[in-house]
Design a protein around this ligand. Structure first.
Ligand code: UT7
Length: 333
């Protein structure tokens, strides 16, 4: 039944999960020609969580989702919709339905959303549309990725950057004001070749007239410098646009939570927006780049440690493959 009386969106619970195994920069220096000095100074990353073979994306996402639901003070059975932002599902047909089952979210419809490292922001904006139209009351947004399974572990330009994890947020309908104050989401396929995890196949003849491509997905390829330039140019711009829609200024932001790709990118964006370092939330040192999971993990840690409090104004921005990028301005709680 469409309920249009509760059109605002509020954010009521967060959760996160990461695999136990840790891989340090020193560990990596025994795998490829790299060192702690290079990785730390160029990226800020010190260590990352890596999923062992038996860990599944569904398990990580379910653990994060369960925590977010508990923190929101509701039950899984009350969830109407689950949006899983991921580029690394356990199953290419999608992993959201399995998570719906594992959570016991028996009433929920669930689907995957792919927008790489922008996935969480895109999913949050999607959740808001369903809530604002009155279609759903309780939406679980999960960002989860296990990129370690799609890295070339002999390529030092990429394998040092990524880690695995999951984060989640419960969004609920409210009559008491809308806490998503502004957003902007963007794509530019012209730069698609800068960052890929592409299918590659060899031609195999099925009959005299029909051939198919037989193959699999190839490890992550990235033109690092180009993606860096894209990020430092587009992220401040998209945050400014979202702030304009929110009728807020950078000075009013309590916390800046960017996709955790590189500490230098975070510093540059904060500088451009004149946001002081103490308002920038960063955990890239201990997680690396966890793609769609990076923003909700950072958000959850800041809430769990009482840094972010109800009513705080947060600017968040995701950016990455596609290329895609986006920003959301919201009040927690
Ligand atoms: O989540 C999606 C979004 N992704 C991003 O935001 C990533 C954006 N890009 C970046 O963060 C940076 O471009 C990187 C951290 C990936 C690379 O940093 P950089 O300062 O742009 O380095 P570079 O690619 O220009 O490479 C500089 C040098 C090269 O050597 P030469 O050609 O100058 O002799 C690389 O071969 O560093 C070398 N290098 C390494 N050396 C030691 C590249 N990777 C490594 C490594 N260890 N792991």
């Amino acid at each position: 039944m469409l309920d249009t009386s509760q059109r605002g969106i509020t954010f009521t619970g967060s959760g996160a999960a990461a695999p136990e195994s840790l891989l340090s920069n020193d560990d990596l220096s025994k795998i490829v020609d790299t060192n702690d000095e290079w990785i730390s100074s160029r990226t800020g990353i010190k260590t990352r969580h890596i999923a062992s073979p038996e860990v599944t994306l569904c398990e990580l996402a379910t653990a994060a989702g369960k925590q977010a639901i508990a923190n929101a003070g509701i039950t899984a059975a009350e969830i109407d919709l689950i949006i899983l932002a991921t580029s690394t599902p356990d199953d290419l047909f999608g992993s959201a339905s399995k998570i719906q089952y594992l959570l016991g979210a028996t009433r929920a419809v669930a689907f995957d959303l792919t927008a790489a490292c922008s996935g969480f922001v895109f999913a949050l904006v999607n959740a808001a549309q369903f809530i604002r139209t009155g279609t759903y009351q309780n939406v679980l947004v999960i960002g989860a990725d296990i990129l370690s399974r799609w890295l070339d572990w002999s390529d030092r330009r990429t394998c040092v950057l990524f880690g695995d994890g999951a984060g989640a947020v419960v969004c609920q309908a409210t009559k008491d004001g809308d806490r998503l104050l502004g957003f902007e989401i963007c794509s530019n396929g012209a730069q698609n070749d800068c960052l890929n995890l592409p299918f590659s196949g060899q031609s195999a003849a099925l009959s005299e007239t029909v051939s198919i491509a037989k193959g699999t997905y190839q490890p992550i390829f990235m033109k690092g410098r180009e993606v860096y330039r894209f990020a430092v140019a587009k992220v401040p711009e998209v945050i400014e646009k979202a702030l304009f829609r929110a009728d807020r200024t950078p000075e009013q932001i309590d916390w800046l939570i960017l996709h955790q790709a590189n500490q230098r990118i975070m510093n540059s964006v904060a500088d451009r927006l004149k946001i002081p370092p103490e308002k920038v939330i960063s955990n890239v040192a201990s997680y690396g780049n966890t793609s769609a999971a990076s923003i909700p993990i950072a958000l959850h840690e800041a809430i769990a440690s009482d840094r972010i409090k109800p009513g705080d104004l947060i600017a968040t921005s995701g950016f990455g493959a596609g290329l895609t990028w986006g920003a959301a301005i919201f009040k927690w709680g």
